[in-house]
Design a protein around this ligand. Structure first.
Ligand code: HEC
Length: 160
């Protein structure tokens, strides 16, 4: 014998529209706050840890202007930014032995730039920019300064 029929119950709504809305807005706000926090943290890190402000002098600034004026970045990358036609130059100072012999590295880099194009067949060529001694020295100061930026181990080897 069957008992009295169960009263009809509406299905339980577990995931309501308002719950969906709360997840959407709550999630958006949460991740926006995380994003702003990480941006501020990165900015702080750049200013306090990875930038050597004390040695950021006039010649480094002039060297960067020479770098920009001659668009070295059209062929080279610096700290990974730029074109991949020619070697990475963020660590060229290290490659030229600047840590152990700064004078030798300076002379080597200047001689290199003055002797381009090499004309060696099968090698990519770098143009001659006819830079003055001042411009060459400023460029080297810029490259030396850049080599001290804390890139957290990038590039993974000296060859860049
Ligand atoms: C048209 C492309 C081009 C431009 C623009 C250019 N370079 Fe180069 N550069 C090269 C190439 C190619 C090489 C590598 C040549 C070789 O190894 O024989 C090179 C090599 C170098 C090297 C030696 C790198 C090493 O690891 O030995 C330095 C330093 C350098 N360039 C500096 C500069 C600077 C500074 C500028 C801007 C004033 C500049 N280059 C603009 C093409 C360019």
């Amino acid at each position: 014998m069957s008992g009295p029929s169960e009263p009809h119950r509406p299905p339980v709504e577990r995931f309501t529209k308002s719950a969906a809305r709360n997840i959407f807005y709550g999630g958006s706000i949460f991740f926006f706050v995380v994003f702003v926090g990480l941006t501020a943290q990165s900015h702080w890190h750049v200013l306090t840890n990875s930038t050597d402000v004390a040695t950021l002098n006039d010649s480094v600034v002039r060297g960067k202007h020479v770098w920009e004026k001659h668009a070295c970045i059209n062929c080279h990358s610096i700290l990974g930014e730029g074109a991949y036609f020619a070697p990475e130059l963020g660590n060229v100072w290290i490659r030229y032995g600047g840590k152990d012999d700064p004078e030798g590295a300076r002379d080597g880099l200047i001689a290199w730039m003055q002797s381009q194009p090499s004309g060696i067949e099968g090698r990519r060529q770098m143009p001659q920019f006819n830079l003055s001694d001042q411009e060459l020295n400023d460029l080297v100061d810029f490259l030396e300064w850049t080599s001290r930026i804390d890139t957290q181990g990038w590039p993974p080897n000296d060859a860049g």
